[in-house]
Design a protein around this ligand. Structure first.
Ligand code: ATP
Ligand code: MG
Length: 449
């Protein structure tokens, strides 16, 4: 097995060895290199203690000295160099009471979560694969190192990580590992929201986000995202739909192209977009289900869920907006779709978010039944071309696009204070109706009316 190691990683390994220590590339970078994926980062494991690592390199950062991790900075790249360690006893189901440094690479590999993540690589010695990680990579299997239920008892987050890796790699979770997850999933409630949010985001943004169904079947979402389980138990008897609410949400998420997990909340919004439905469901005398107000209910619920999971405010705001407006065009017929109508929508949604919204709407249609699908897609094309036209022409759609400012408005006689905001909004509305009035003269004229 030959892996191409970046020059700087090689240099770090050689430097550590030159000083009498052992060092290997380890974990995700080894796994990804073997799979032909580009590793996100290169981690190094070493017998050197953190202080000894720091002595050997010019620029280092104390990332987690207590856990043995020093970041070595070389050519503006960061490399995490971690001392071989044994995790002490786990009493709380999420982190070890203490960590102990060891001189044994085997011990360090043994504490790692899955066999495919427990391989080390050395440019001359080659691959160190104590737990048959290669075989599991070849068989496309996620298998815990050692006794799965013990490993999940130690750190419950590993159960969600199992599904995350299954979704990223399109691998299956090995039977005993899956059984142990079923048994221990409840322990996930001990894990911090931040750690859960990180793994959940990676899962949702993965190549195969539909593997979240396994998180449902194994009892993971019942703990970390019970709203999804509720949606899966909510049928929608309506010609537009072929699936229950939860299955529809998952299908829509799958139909959204893979985005950057950090920049792109679109996948998250697509999963959550109909979560408001169970809250507002009504059934008419013909047995048909209706979900009036689900987008507003969904907006509130999305905020609640993402706050609970301690997502950052920007992600929460963007997701909430996409959920709120995912049905904004439902009431408009083809005839109503005028540039004026679109400018008002863009104003509410935001220029950039509008691009994401159009992707979400397309995915939403693809996740529905084929009832009127062709017509829905034709309408979406019309909306897209109107949007592009407005953007190309640079038509004003936001307050900051107005040619007058608060200062101008006050000079025209509006009293300072909230009147200024009201006046500007009135002018913005006029400009959204008719962009040609966006001149100082015309706007001040409107103001005097
Ligand atoms: P990615 O490419 O997504 O970063 P990764 O495998 O590098 O994947 P990390 O979360 O960066 O995943 O962790 C690095 C390595 O540390 C893993 O490959 C694994 O060996 C080990 N590891 C990480 N988290 C745990 C955990 N909770 N329990 C046991 N080992 C873990
Ligand atoms: Mg990593």
């Amino acid at each position: 097995m030959n892996i191409q190691i970046p020059g700087d990683v090689n240099l770090i390994i050689k430097t550590l060895e030159g000083a009498g220590y052992e060092a290997y590339a380890v974990g995700g970078c080894v796994r990804d290199s073997i799979l032909g994926r580009i590793p996100g980062d290169w981690d190094i494991t070493t017998s050197a203690l953190p202080e000894q690592v720091k002595e050997l390199f010019k620029v280092t950062i104390d990332t987690g000295i207590a856990h043995g991790t020093v970041t070595v900075v070389l050519n503006h790249e960061n490399y995490e160099v971690t001392t071989y360690r044994i995790d002490g006893e786990y009493l709380d189901g999420r982190h070890p009471e203490n960590v102990e440094f060891t001189a044994s690479l085997y011990e360090d590999l043994r504490r790692r979560d899955f066999t495919i993540n427990a391989m080390a690589y050395h440019p001359e010695k080659g691959l160190i694969d104590e737990f048959d990680g290669i075989k599991d990579l070849e068989d496309h299997v996620i298998r815990a190192v050692g006794e799965p239920s013990e490993r999940f008892e130690e750190d419950a987050l590993r159960m969600l990580r199992a599904v995350r890796f299954a979704a990223q790699l399109d691998f299956d979770i090995e039977e005993k590992t899956a059984e142990a997850i079923k048994e221990k999933a409840g322990n996930l409630k001990k894990v911090s929201a931040e750690r859960i949010a990180k793994e959940l985001t990676l899962l949702i943004c993965a190549k195969c986000p539909g593997r979240i169904r396994e998180a449902v079947n194994l009892g993971i979402t019942a703990v970390v995202l019970p709203e999804l389980d509720l949606c899966l138990a909510t049928p929608q008897n309506n010609p537009h739909h072929a699936y229950n609410v939860g299955e529809h949400c998952i299908k829509v998420m799958e139909a959204v192209p893979q985005g950057d997990p950090h920049k792109d909340p679109l996948r998250i919004a697509s999963l959550l977009h109909d979560f408001g439905k169970p809250l507002v469901k009504t059934t008419d005398e013909n047995g048909k289900d209706h979900f009036k107000g689900h987008a507003d209910a969904g907006e509130e619920l999305a905020k609640k869920i993402l706050r609970r999971l301690k997502f950052d405010n920007k992600t929460i705001a963007t997701v909430a907006k996409l959920v709120k407006y995912h049905d904004v065009f439902m009431d408009a017929t083809l005839l109503d779709l005028t540039p004026c109508y679109l400018r008002h929508v863009i104003n509410k949604v935001g220029k950039e978010e509008m691009k994401s919204l159009l992707v979400l709407i397309n995915a939403d249609i693809m996740g529905q039944s084929d009832f009127f699908r062709k017509e829905k897609l034709v309408r979406l094309e019309k909306i897209k071309s109107l949007y592009e036209d407005i953007m190309e022409k640079g038509e004003p759609v936001e307050l900051k696009d107005l040619v007058v400012t608060g200062k101008d408005v006050m000079e025209a006689g509006v009293a300072p204070g909230k009147d200024v905001g009201e006046a500007l909004n009135r002018l913005l509305n006029a400009v959204l109706d008719d962009p040609s009035v966006n001149t100082k003269e015309k706007l001040l004229g409107i103001l005097r009316k």
